[in-house]
Design a protein around this ligand. Structure first.
Ligand SMILES: [Zn+2]
Length: 100
């Protein structure tokens, strides 16, 4: 084959390889973004359960676990001397203060 044809073919193969690599990277990133979008939409649907009143708030329920992860976790009371009780989630570490 003609040398010029060989050079052009080699250049095209390199370009194809580069764009294929870029395409794979973008597809991987798109997949991560779509997953995050889906999880965020699901969290918004869960927070709307409270806002609409179809899921009542419970004092010992971890809102962070339920809203962000769809997980039912209980908060544990942590006594304090300051007069402000603390509730902490064993699953995610989320804390809330409960004033008497
Ligand atoms: Zn939690």
């Amino acid at each position: 084959m003609n040398t010029e044809l060989n050079e052009i073919a080699e250049s095209l193969n390199t370009s194809l390889s580069n764009v294929q690599h870029q395409e794979a990277t973008i597809k991987g990133h798109l997949s991560e973004v779509q997953q995050e979008k889906s999880e965020t939409q699901a969290a918004i649907e869960r927070i709307n359960l409270y806002r609409s009143g179809s899921r009542p708030l419970a004092i010992d329920e971890c809102l962070n676990c339920f809203i962000r992860h769809g997980r039912d976790s209980k908060m544990t009371a942590i006594p304090s001397d300051s007069g402000i009780d603390l509730f902490r989630c064993r699953e995610c570490g989320h804390e809330i203060e409960v004033k008497p």
